[in-house]
Design a protein around this ligand. Structure first.
Ligand code: ASP
Ligand code: MG
Length: 422
């Protein structure tokens, strides 16, 4: 008997019919002798619908008071889900009880719409489990010290589930979703993409941060910090498949490097189109330049990703970096206004038609020539690399957006990701 946390996403909870299937699946696990805590998302589309209503009525200035009400509103989606799931479980003859975040409580800070979990009191849940009940806890929401309802950011139910699993020291946290695991790359781009049976936690972190949107990135960080065994699997398998088979399906996120030793050097190809490139041309090559440019950007709360500075010529250099596309116009305006006159730079140019493609793999740590192979592959396809950035376990390139799919396909093939792992 083990304590297991299941998390079901919006599509899995999308209708009463789907909720009934979730209840049947959970009941199967409980009847097999496991203590079950379930963390569902709102029914699919519901959070968007609620936030859309708020938008219709929103004041022109989006104050803290407004953000507070957004959380009050958006959190109701999950409250509906937990109650319906508890009712469905009762319909399956199981004893079950649901809790909102504040009832547990799941304590967060007060950063409305992007709160962070600070602590979870597991007492109430333990008492219910001991009494043989299935406990259902809302995803996405918590409560701050003053009693205000908070939410954890879009996709935050993943983080709720992992945090509950960490607090309860669960044996495993199973994230049921509409895909059957983590793939070597997006199968919509490369049909030969393979599902990974295991993926290292650091690899997952890189992939999640680079646009592989299966899990909210914070949930992966949480799992890493508390070593929560995490599995991503499909909720679209028949609910009554053999539990042993189900328990081994999907992709397990591992923490032991040894387990990955026999894996491919590169585990996956990640990509995203969310960034834009900004270049400041002809800046004097003197100490403090990077600080002056990027300091102004950071002060405006804009996150910078890839950075590159050229060698200087006649005491002048060019400086480029990427930001999220949503921040692109703001960044260019800000630099034109604040940095251009002060630094005496000649020009600010921007390019939003870029994408970032990355190869990710723990094996890169101990193998040379991996990045080189990537560059050769891109050169053979005639793709120009605009920027490069590396970490121990990934190499990213910024290229023209129109070559994204070509690059991803070519790299997937070059690193033999379409072949079963040895
Ligand atoms: N319902 C929330 C959202 O749509 C949280 C979640 O689904 O994880 O973002
Ligand atoms: Mg999600």
């Amino acid at each position: 008997m083990a304590l297991i946390v299941h998390k079901y996403g919006g599509t899995s909870m999308g209708s009463t019919e789907r909720i009934r299937l979730v209840a049947k699946r959970v009941a199967k696990w409980a009847r097999a002798g496991h203590q079950m805590v379930v963390v569902p998302s709102a029914m699919s589309g519901e959070t968007n619908r609620l936030l859309g209503l708020a938008k219709e009525l929103a004041p022109s200035k989006l104050t803290d008071a407004y953000q507070r009400e957004l959380d009050m509103l958006a959190s109701t989606g999950e409250q509906v889900s937990v109650a319906l799931l508890a009712i469905a479980l009762q319909g399956e003859g199981m004893e079950s009880v649901s809790y909102a975040g504040w009832q547990v409580p799941i304590l967060t800070n007060s950063a409305h719409t992007k709160a962070r979990i600070e602590s979870i009191d597991d007492q109430k849940v333990r008492v219910d489990l001991a009494a043989g009940k299935v406990v259902i806890v809302t995803g996405f929401q918590g409560v701050d010290e003053a009693g205000n309802i908070t939410t954890l950011g879009r996709g935050g139910s993943d983080t709720s589930a992992v945090a509950v699993a960490a607090a309860m020291k669960a044996s495993e946290c199973l994230i049921y979703t509409d895909v059957d695991g983590i793939y070597t790359t997006d199968p919509r781009v490369v049909p030969e993409a393979r599902r990974l049976q295991t993926v290292g936690f650091e690899e997952m972190l890189e992939m999640a941060s680079m646009g592989s949107k299966v899990l909210q990135i914070r949930s992966v960080e949480f799992a890493g910090k508390y070593k929560v065994p995490l599995r991503v699997l499909s909720s679209f398998t028949p609910w009554d498949i053999d539990l042993e088979i189900e328990a081994k399906s999907g992709t397990l996120i591992t923490f032991e490097e040894d387990e990955n030793m026999e894996q491919a050097i590169v585990s996956g190809i990640a990509f995203n189109r969310d960034e834009a490139k900004v270049s400041v041309l002809g800046v004097p090559d003197t100490p403090g330049i990077a600080y002056q440019i990027l300091g102004a950007v950071a002060d405006a709360n804009i996150e910078v990703d890839v950075i590159i500075q050229n060698v200087s010529k006649d005491g002048k250099t060019d400086f480029s970096f990427t930001v999220h596309r949503n921040d692109f116009a703001k960044t260019v305006d800000l630099l034109k206004e604040k940095v251009l006159p002060k630094l005496g730079a000649t020009e600010i140019i921007g390019d939003a038609k870029i994408c970032k493609v990355s190869i990710v793999g723990i094996g890169m740590r101990s193998h040379v020539g991996v990045a080189c192979k990537m560059f050769r592959c891109l050169s053979e396809e005639g793709i120009n690399i605009q920027m490069i950035s590396t970490s121990e376990i990934k190499t990213s390139v910024v290229i023209d957006e129109k070559y994204m799919e070509l690059a991803v396909r070519a790299l997937h093939k070059a690193f033999e990701l379409d072949q079963p792992a040895a």
